[in-house]
Design a protein around this ligand. Structure first.
Ligand code: OGA
Ligand code: MN
Length: 295
């Protein structure tokens, strides 16, 4: 199979045609998609209305799947609307099918997703690819934006590039929730998701390109005074998400967008939470060791 890829942005993002994601992929197809991901970092597939099982099968072609914040809830996990634990319900819909209450935990997750992040950067392994498919889209808003962390690294001023060399940031699962005022977590839940650290500068394995690995799960810089580290993280995030590095995806039902969490950040955009929005996510684990660029 030869994929046709049309660029949707000057720096990254390709729209792929010539493939039916409902069909099982051959090893050569998988290799072709991985190579396209290394180059474009985000791939948009249109008109791919996948069943739950089809999305799981497509995702599993690329490796073992992550359950995101699932472990936070242990055995008290809220019931899922889906047949698969690894199919993540990115929606404002309750198990009974009703639109979730405005102040629900579910909407807390949706609102946290509106902050720039890389999926599961708060755990080891962090996420490699995420695949988000649109089932119901609201009439206004609810787009998803992506930022190119390779372009962000390349454009770093020399002094900042030197400063971050060798630095690591600590990423914490509950940081965004606490920022948004949701701090009602038990000690047990906090202990279930201990923070992890990642270098700020990393080499993307497939492309060999350096990336600026930031995002809102990062809450401090190791070996820095807290406030100074937070301000540096804020500056780096602002740099990484400047308009020139950002693509905005306007969803149609049946779209599937696949992104590389090692080379991009993403965020959802605001929408009226009383309007139904139903997306389904699958995410693979990043099992490769993290490498740093040389000086
Ligand atoms: C996600 C996510 C943003 C959105 O599913 O990982 O961040 O627009 N989604 O729903
Ligand atoms: Mn996400």
């Amino acid at each position: 199979m030869t994929l046709e890829i049309r660029p949707l942005h000057p720096l990254f993002v390709g729209e792929v045609s010539g493939i039916d994601l409902r069909q099982p992929l051959e090893p050569a197809d998988i290799a072709e998609i991985e190579a396209a991901m290394d180059e474009h970092a985000v791939l948009v597939f249109r008109d791919q209305p996948l069943s739950q099982a089809e999305q799981i099968r497509f995702a599993e072609s690329f490796g073992p799947l992550d359950t995101g914040l699932g472990k936070l809830y242990g055995s008290g996990k809220p019931p899922s609307r889906f047949d698969f634990e690894t199919l993540l319900d990115i929606s404002n819909v309750d198990p009974d099918g009703a639109v979730s209450a405005r102040d629900s935990r579910k909407n807390m997750s949706n609102l946290a997703n509106q902050l720039w992040h890389s999926d599961s950067s708060f755990q080891r392994p962090k996420a490699q690819y995420s695949m988000l498919s649109a089932v119901v889209v609201p009439p206004h808003g609810g787009e998803t934006e992506y930022a190119d962390l390779r372009a962000a690294y390349d454009a770093l001023p020399e002094d900042l590039r030197r400063e971050i060399f060798g630095l690591e940031a600590e990423h914490y699962a509950l940081h965004t929730r606490i920022m948004l005022g949701d701090d009602g977590y038990t000690e047990e839940q906090k202990a279930a998701m201990p923070p992890v650290s990642w270098p700020l500068a990393q080499l993307h394995p497939g492309s060999g390109r350096p990336v600026l690995f930031v995002g809102v799960h990062a809450r401090r810089i190791l070996d820095y005074p807290l406030a100074e580290g937070k301000m540096l993280l804020a500056e780096l995030l602002e740099h990484a998400t400047q308009r020139a590095f950002v693509y905005r995806h306007v969803w149609s039902v049946g779209d599937l967008v696949m992104w590389d969490n090692r080379s991009t950040l993403h965020r959802g955009r605001r929408y009226d939470l009383s309007q139904r929005r139903e997306m389904r996510r699958t995410t693979t684990d990043d099992l490769l060791p993290v490498r740093r660029p040389s000086a």
